[in-house]
Design a protein around this ligand. Sequence first.
Ligand SMILES: Cc1ncc(COP(=O)(O)O)c(C=O)c1O
Length: 184
Amino acid sequence: MPYDFDKPVNRRDTHSMKWDVKEHELPMWVADMDFQTAPEIRAAIQERAAHGVFGYSVVPEEWYQAYMGWWERRYGFSMEKEWLVFCTGVVPAISSMVRKLATVGENVLVQTPVYNIFFNSIVNNGRNIVENPLQYDGNGYQMDLEDLERKLSNPQTTLMILCNPHNPVGRIWSRWVSCAGNIM
Ligand SMILES: Cc1ncc(COP(=O)(O)O)c(C=O)c1O
């Protein structure tokens, strides 16, 4: 199945947060894709919509198999079905994890600059933010591992949210994560 990532689609007047803006405004601040969703996905949504009844749903077995199979095929990583919890988005998942894994008043570490909603999911749940600033060395951003170790050694810092790929620095962290002045 060929996928077309170049076909321009007019998104104005579709209640698009990105494109329902003034005529010459270029809304590049939001990571919202402008190509159409894959034809297989659109066909599946159309088929479901054609059924016409939208009651309460269960998470089907196919969802688990699709998810586990994707990780197995791409990364050779097998996971147990019991590890998976269905969630409607990354942000609700992060908020739930902050509530589950850190207690009110504890610290959650993030590597800044980072996607702004990480801050909301920590502060709105009554946890504190601890920043481990990334270091720019003229070529790209590196982790400051000494600062990270020091901050994580605080027993009040019980959770770290790793952003990978990192938004906004545009890095995919490798296993051999590089620290400032030590590019690998
Ligand atoms: C790092 C990061 N996490 C999560 C999201 C949002 O994910 P979702 O829309 O699935 O909640 C974004 C969106 O730009 C992001 O940059």
